[in-house]
Design a protein around this ligand. Structure first.
Ligand code: CU
Length: 189
């Protein structure tokens, strides 16, 4: 979780170019300042030039286009809902999400754990103009379509959500169930 917050802070810092806001954000999230900021600047600054970061998350990792075997279409609406609201994938599956914004305002599709999205959404409320972009999120303008390719290599229940201030709070959340193959027990034939 700390790693994620790092990135958010880093992006805020980059867009603001002031140490003041950075300190404010760190304080708001209750993190220690010095070591976190120093580490973040160095580690992520170098990774910047690469096109897609393949950083393992609790909810999977950025996927390769050539590994895609399934495309899932998702529609987002100004009623603050996703259609469909439930997606089931198999453990290890690489999925391309094609996300259409059928509304009149900006929406986004962000995959994560419930805890991660809760935290991120709280930051978005504090800093509504915060810039953020990661391989597990797509920001989609009205009438447009975005896409994400993601490999679900961790089993469990995850969320996808629009973290734009007010949208998440209005219930703009869906579920992703990553199903592990059932274990073969002592009764197998
Ligand atoms: Cu939204």
């Amino acid at each position: 979780m700390v790693a994620i917050e790092h990135k958010l802070f880093e992006r805020i810092a980059m867009t603001s170019n002031t140490g003041t806001l950075m300190a404010l954000v760190l304080a708001a999230a209750g993190l220690a300042t010095g070591p976190a900021a120093a580490h973040g600047d160095k580690a992520h600054g170098q990774a910047k030039s690469t096109a897609v970061k393949k950083e393992q998350k609790d909810w999977g990792v950025a996927g390769d286009a050539k590994a895609v075997k399934r495309t899932i279409n998702i529609t987002m609406s100004d009623a603050m809902r996703f259609t469909p609201e439930l997606v089931q994938v198999q453990l290890g599956e690489t999925v391309k999400f094609v996300v259409n914004n059928g509304g009149q305002v900006m929406h986004e599709f962000v995959i994560g754990t419930r805890a991660e999205n809760d935290q991120h959404a709280a930051l978005m409320v504090k800093f509504p103009n915060m810039q953020h972009d990661e391989p597990y999120m797509a920001h989609v303008a009205p009438g447009k379509t975005g896409d994400i390719t993601w490999t679900f290599n961790r089993a469990g229940d995850f969320d996808f959500a629009c973290l734009i201030a007010g949208h998440y709070q209005a219930g703009m959340v869906g579920k992703i169930q990553v199903l592990a193959p059932s274990k073969e027990g002592p009764h197998k034939h």
